[in-house]
Design a binder for this molecule. Structure first.
Ligand SMILES: Cc1ncc(C[n+]2csc(CCOP(=O)(O)OP(=O)(O)O)c2C)c(N)n1
Length: 531
């Protein structure tokens, strides 16, 4: 007779969820026993790492991913990156073990006291099945919930005595739509505004990349002869950054963002929140007299925008429809922005010089995963992303995502057969939040190269303290960390690099290696301005 466990693995197979990212505990062992040979368990040493690896994998492979966490403490450990997955809009099916139903009333060791509350509000749905027999169908519902727009994580708490129970007949497989088209009347209103605009600006967000619609984004920009900005603090690159219309990434503060858009009467935002700000710098949300049009597949994002009129739609389907309907403009195309002069190469390197060297040696099809807070502007200035699905970072502001996410991306590159090289740039502070991910990368023989700009400080927090006039904050310096020893301890190749040429050689060797390579690069300790 089929057990709940058999039936659940059958459902997971049907859904293509044969890779499980996790860290096992006693409450998960009854699910993981006799782990099927056609499944792959990706062993993370910590739950934060498991969640971010699954997130990177899901984003790069373009499929949902399954993460299996330990009961309450393990779910707690995974929570920071669950917050990130929520903001990243990554469809993750997170399952966690629960103590035996027989004992739950007395709250034994490792009982998850309020399993459906613990991961809130960073899951779209949290559930503990009322009956063991409901687990397979709950898995189907979890999947359907995770992938429908706006995509995001879901959570199932699964008692450990459920797996051996006899199963009900298998639930009927079913599918759900993951995109929806714009309301035609509302779309027509947007077309009228854009057609009548004197000087429109386009602001694209990560939804453009998630919906694989770079070509429509370019076509609309060219049709409108409009400049294009990336929305602030995006978790994905949204437009070919060598395109003459591209103006760069908008600043993540209210006043400066409006200032960057000065002169435009219409601002069309597609696939981004309005807007993702960080330091509070007061001002108007838009330049005087400008009107904002907002396309998003997320009703909550539309509702919380402080300005603008919204249209709910898959970003790609809306862009296709706009390209079809907006009349071509007779304005001259925007001129290409200036290329920054090559930075001076000093000792130690400046962040700009490091990233200029990285750009000079960048393989055309490489993927960049970024978590280097104070160096983000220098990185985005020097290294331009020109291909879709090639840049990933966290939307949340929570550290500990980039390193494991890069490993998930690299595994997805291997599993999909696409094989693009993966480079992570991770600050020497950020490196330590999920550092044990390096062990998984080494075990999987993934040739990820992790470039660590070493400034021995939390530079962005120093910049923030300066902006906000809060001197004397403790805990902003990072002396005495031996990154080479740590990387070697987890099984990585590793070598300190100090010059652009050494970086090129390390990159080539690392991308051709059969294990991860960690490349610490001492950089200037100058604190860049936060804006
Ligand atoms: C989980 C988490 N804890 C703490 C912070 C606060 N924080 C933001 S940036 C930062 C320092 C990052 O240091 P590093 O990676 O060296 O980059 P740098 O600022 O020096 O460029 C810290 C601690 C955070 N964002 N997320």
């Amino acid at each position: 007779m089929a057990t709940v466990r058999d039936a659940t693995y059958d459902v997971l197979r049907t859904l293509g969820l044969t890779t499980v990212f996790g860290n096992p505990g006693s409450t998960e062992e009854p699910f993981l026993q006799d782990f099927p040979a056609d499944f792959h368990y990706v062993h993370a040493l910590h739950e934060a790492t498991a969640v971010a690896m699954a997130d990177g994998y899901a984003q790069a492979a373009g499929v949902p991913a399954h993460v299996n966490l330990h009961t309450a403490p393990g779910t707690g450990n995974g929570m920071g990156n669950l917050v990130t997955a929520w903001h990243n809009k990554t469809p993750l099916i997170v399952t966690a073990g629960q103590q035996t139903r027989e004992m739950l009333l007395l709250e034994p060791r490792l009982a998850n006291r309020r399993p459906t509350e613990l991961p809130q509000p960073y899951v779209k749905w949290a559930y503990e099945p009322a009956r063991a027999q409901d687990i397979p169908a709950a898995m189907l519902r979890a999947y359907a919930t995770a992938v429908q727009p706006p995509a995001g994580p879901v959570f199932l708490s699964l008692p450990m005595d459920d797996w051996a129970q006899p199963a009900d007949p298998p639930p009927a497989p079913r599918t759900v739509a993951t995109r929806f088209a714009p309301d035609p009347q509302r779309l027509a209103e947007f077309v009228t505004v854009l057609a009548g605009s004197r000087n429109p600006a386009l602001v694209y967000g990560p939804g453009v990349d998630r919906s694989a619609s770079w070509s429509a984004a370019v076509a609309l920009a060219e049709r409108l002869a409009a400049p294009v900005w990336s929305a602030p603090a995006t978790e994905r690159a949204v437009f070919p950054e060598d395109h003459p219309h591209f103006r760069g990434v908008l600043p993540y503060a209210i006043g400066p963002l409006a200032e960057a858009l000065r002169g435009h009467d219409t601002v069309l935002v597609v696939g981004a929140p309005v807007f993702r700000y960080y330091p509070y710098v007061p001002g108007g949300h838009l330049p005087d007299g400008a009107r904002l049009l907002h396309v998003t597949d997320d009703p909550d994002e539309a509702a919380r925008a402080p300005v603008g009129d919204s249209l709910l739609s898959d970003p790609g389907l809306a862009l296709d429809a706009l390209v079809e309907r907006v009349p071509p403009s007779d304005r001259p195309a925007p001129a290409r922005r200036d290329t920054p002069p090559p930075p001076e190469v000093g000792t130690p390197l400046s962040a700009d010089a490091l990233f200029a060297a990285l750009a000079a040696h960048w393989p055309t099809d490489a993927v960049l995963v970024q978590e280097s807070p104070s160096n983000l502007s220098a990185l985005r200035r020097q290294l331009r992303i020109t291909r879709p699905a090639s840049y990933f970072t966290m939307a949340s502001g929570g550290l500990g995502y980039g390193l494991p996410a890069a490993i998930g991306v690299a595994l997805a590159e291997r599993d999909t057969g696409r094989g693009r090289p993966v480079v992570a740039v991770v600050g020497d502070g950020s490196f330590h939040y999920s550092v044990q991910a390096l062990w998984t990368a080494a075990r999987l023989a993934l040739p990820v190269v992790v470039v660590v700009p070493v400034n021995q400080q939390y530079a962005i927090l120093k910049a923030f303290a300066e902006l906000k006039h809060t001197p004397g904050v403790p805990g902003l310096d990072l002396p005495g960390l031996d990154i080479v020893a740590i990387a070697a301890g987890y099984g990585c190749a590793t070598e300190v690099v100090e010059t652009p040429d050494q970086l090129g050689a390390a990159l080539t060797a690392g991308l051709g290696a059969d294990r991860p390579t960690v490349v610490p690069v001492p950089i200037s300790t100058d604190v860049p301005s936060i804006l």
